[in-house]
Design a protein around this ligand. Structure first.
Ligand SMILES: [Zn+2]
Length: 151
Protein backbone atom coordinates (compact mmCIF):
# COMPACT_ATOMS: atom_id res chain seq x y z
CA UNK A 1 0.00 0.00 0.00
CA UNK A 2 1.41 3.36 -0.99
CA UNK A 3 1.60 5.72 1.94
CA UNK A 4 0.05 9.10 1.32
CA UNK A 5 0.78 12.39 2.97
CA UNK A 6 -2.26 14.62 3.28
CA UNK A 7 -2.04 18.33 3.91
CA UNK A 8 -4.00 19.12 7.06
CA UNK A 9 -4.76 22.59 5.78
CA UNK A 10 -6.38 21.78 2.42
CA UNK A 11 -6.51 17.95 2.36
CA UNK A 12 -4.42 17.68 -0.82
CA UNK A 13 -2.56 14.37 -0.95
CA UNK A 14 1.10 13.81 -1.76
CA UNK A 15 3.19 10.77 -2.54
CA UNK A 16 6.11 11.90 -0.44
CA UNK A 17 6.64 13.86 2.69
CA UNK A 18 9.05 16.11 0.81
CA UNK A 19 6.30 17.02 -1.64
CA UNK A 20 3.97 17.86 1.23
CA UNK A 21 6.63 20.05 2.81
CA UNK A 22 7.17 21.91 -0.48
CA UNK A 23 3.43 22.34 -0.81
CA UNK A 24 3.26 24.21 2.51
CA UNK A 25 4.63 27.25 0.68
CA UNK A 26 1.27 27.46 -1.09
CA UNK A 27 -0.24 28.24 2.31
CA UNK A 28 2.60 30.57 3.19
CA UNK A 29 3.36 28.27 6.08
CA UNK A 30 6.68 27.07 7.44
CA UNK A 31 7.16 23.48 8.57
CA UNK A 32 7.35 24.77 12.14
CA UNK A 33 4.01 26.55 11.79
CA UNK A 34 2.42 23.55 10.12
CA UNK A 35 3.50 20.94 12.66
CA UNK A 36 2.97 23.05 15.76
CA UNK A 37 -0.52 23.98 14.56
CA UNK A 38 -1.75 20.57 13.41
CA UNK A 39 0.35 18.30 15.61
CA UNK A 40 0.80 20.19 18.85
CA UNK A 41 3.19 18.51 21.27
CA UNK A 42 3.87 19.39 24.86
CA UNK A 43 6.80 19.16 27.21
CA UNK A 44 6.04 16.26 29.55
CA UNK A 45 7.36 18.13 32.58
CA UNK A 46 6.33 21.75 32.04
CA UNK A 47 3.29 21.08 29.78
CA UNK A 48 4.46 23.95 27.57
CA UNK A 49 4.34 23.57 23.77
CA UNK A 50 7.53 21.98 22.44
CA UNK A 51 9.49 24.08 19.92
CA UNK A 52 9.87 22.76 16.37
CA UNK A 53 13.45 22.45 15.14
CA UNK A 54 13.08 19.53 12.78
CA UNK A 55 10.41 16.93 12.31
CA UNK A 56 12.28 13.95 13.73
CA UNK A 57 13.20 15.71 16.96
CA UNK A 58 9.78 17.27 17.24
CA UNK A 59 8.03 13.91 17.32
CA UNK A 60 10.63 12.12 19.40
CA UNK A 61 11.62 14.54 22.11
CA UNK A 62 9.43 15.17 25.16
CA UNK A 63 11.62 17.53 27.16
CA UNK A 64 13.76 20.60 26.47
CA UNK A 65 16.79 19.13 28.19
CA UNK A 66 18.07 16.16 30.12
CA UNK A 67 17.54 17.90 33.48
CA UNK A 68 13.83 18.17 32.79
CA UNK A 69 13.67 14.53 31.83
CA UNK A 70 15.32 13.53 35.11
CA UNK A 71 13.04 15.79 37.12
CA UNK A 72 9.99 14.25 35.46
CA UNK A 73 11.33 10.78 36.16
CA UNK A 74 11.88 11.58 39.84
CA UNK A 75 8.33 12.84 40.21
CA UNK A 76 6.51 10.20 38.23
CA UNK A 77 5.20 6.76 39.10
CA UNK A 78 7.58 3.89 38.35
CA UNK A 79 5.22 2.13 36.00
CA UNK A 80 4.65 5.25 33.93
CA UNK A 81 8.38 5.85 33.62
CA UNK A 82 8.88 2.22 32.68
CA UNK A 83 6.27 2.44 29.96
CA UNK A 84 7.80 5.66 28.66
CA UNK A 85 11.27 4.13 28.45
CA UNK A 86 10.02 1.05 26.65
CA UNK A 87 8.08 3.07 24.10
CA UNK A 88 10.95 5.45 23.53
CA UNK A 89 13.43 2.65 22.98
CA UNK A 90 11.04 0.89 20.62
CA UNK A 91 10.75 4.08 18.59
CA UNK A 92 14.49 4.57 18.60
CA UNK A 93 15.12 1.09 17.31
CA UNK A 94 12.43 1.49 14.67
CA UNK A 95 13.70 4.88 13.48
CA UNK A 96 17.36 4.12 13.76
CA UNK A 97 18.10 2.43 10.46
CA UNK A 98 16.78 5.08 8.17
CA UNK A 99 16.98 8.25 10.12
CA UNK A 100 19.45 8.17 12.96
CA UNK A 101 23.09 8.91 12.86
CA UNK A 102 24.86 6.69 15.43
CA UNK A 103 25.73 9.58 17.71
CA UNK A 104 22.14 10.63 17.95
CA UNK A 105 21.08 7.14 18.95
CA UNK A 106 23.89 6.83 21.47
CA UNK A 107 22.87 10.02 23.18
CA UNK A 108 19.25 9.02 23.46
CA UNK A 109 20.00 5.53 24.63
CA UNK A 110 22.22 6.96 27.34
CA UNK A 111 19.47 9.31 28.43
CA UNK A 112 16.90 6.55 28.64
CA UNK A 113 19.25 4.23 30.47
CA UNK A 114 19.85 7.00 32.96
CA UNK A 115 16.13 6.97 33.74
CA UNK A 116 16.24 3.23 34.24
CA UNK A 117 19.04 3.73 36.75
CA UNK A 118 17.27 6.48 38.64
CA UNK A 119 14.22 4.32 39.04
CA UNK A 120 16.30 1.22 39.71
CA UNK A 121 14.16 -0.76 37.35
CA UNK A 122 16.71 -3.12 35.96
CA UNK A 123 14.01 -5.67 35.22
CA UNK A 124 12.98 -3.36 32.39
CA UNK A 125 16.22 -4.05 30.61
CA UNK A 126 15.75 -7.81 30.69
CA UNK A 127 12.32 -7.41 29.23
CA UNK A 128 13.56 -5.02 26.57
CA UNK A 129 16.42 -7.15 25.47
CA UNK A 130 14.13 -10.14 25.14
CA UNK A 131 11.17 -8.46 23.50
CA UNK A 132 12.72 -5.95 21.15
CA UNK A 133 15.63 -7.80 19.65
CA UNK A 134 17.72 -4.78 20.49
CA UNK A 135 20.99 -4.37 18.74
CA UNK A 136 24.26 -5.18 20.43
CA UNK A 137 25.00 -1.55 20.98
CA UNK A 138 22.12 -1.06 23.41
CA UNK A 139 22.88 -4.26 25.27
CA UNK A 140 26.52 -3.26 25.62
CA UNK A 141 25.65 0.23 26.84
CA UNK A 142 23.10 -1.02 29.34
CA UNK A 143 25.73 -3.30 30.85
CA UNK A 144 28.01 -0.30 31.24
CA UNK A 145 25.27 1.66 32.98
CA UNK A 146 24.53 -1.11 35.42
CA UNK A 147 28.17 -1.60 36.20
CA UNK A 148 28.39 2.12 36.96
CA UNK A 149 30.69 3.23 34.16
CA UNK A 150 28.40 5.89 32.75
CA UNK A 151 27.01 7.59 35.81
ZN1 LIG B 1 -2.43 22.27 1.60
Amino acid sequence: MQEEYACKECESKFKSEGALHKHLKAHNMSMAEYYTRFYPRYNKLTKEPLPFKNKLDYFNIDFSNRGQMIEWCNNTDNNEVKEYIINQLKNRVKNKELKYAPNHLELEVHNLLLLICIKRISAVMDKLVKSLALNQYIVKESNKVFSGKII
